[in-house]
Design a protein around this ligand. Structure first.
Ligand SMILES: [Zn+2]
Length: 100
């Protein structure tokens, strides 16, 4: 008896990645470049507990680049309105690390 080959496992993982879609607009999150499947996505995720108003609720959205930046710009505009120090809201809002 033989199990699945490495090639068949790799193919099924690639099929799975190709089917990943943005939770908002449905755009594919994987692109094939030079034969490699590359997944590019942002995530909005929360697991609410007892101290919250949403105890037991898990929120999760996988977002394409466009929808992620729409969410980010909405949050950034809220930060501009709510933070006293407007220098705290810069071009790098939300960026934790930038690797070239
Ligand atoms: Zn999207």
């Amino acid at each position: 008896m033989s199990g699945p080959t490495i090639e068949s496992v790799r193919a099924s993982i690639q099929d799975h990645l190709k089917q990943l879609k943005c939770s908002v607009c449905g755009e594919a999150l994987a692109k094939e470049i030079d034969g490699k499947i590359l997944v590019e996505k942002g995530e909005l995720h929360a697991e609410w507990g007892y101290a919250s108003n949403n105890d037991g609720v898990v929120h999760h959205l996988d977002l394409c680049e466009s929808c992620f930046h729409l969410a980010l710009s909405t949050l950034k505009s809220r930060a501009v309105k709510t933070l006293d120090d407007d220098t705290a809201v810069s071009e790098s809002f939300g960026i934790e690390n930038h690797i070239e």
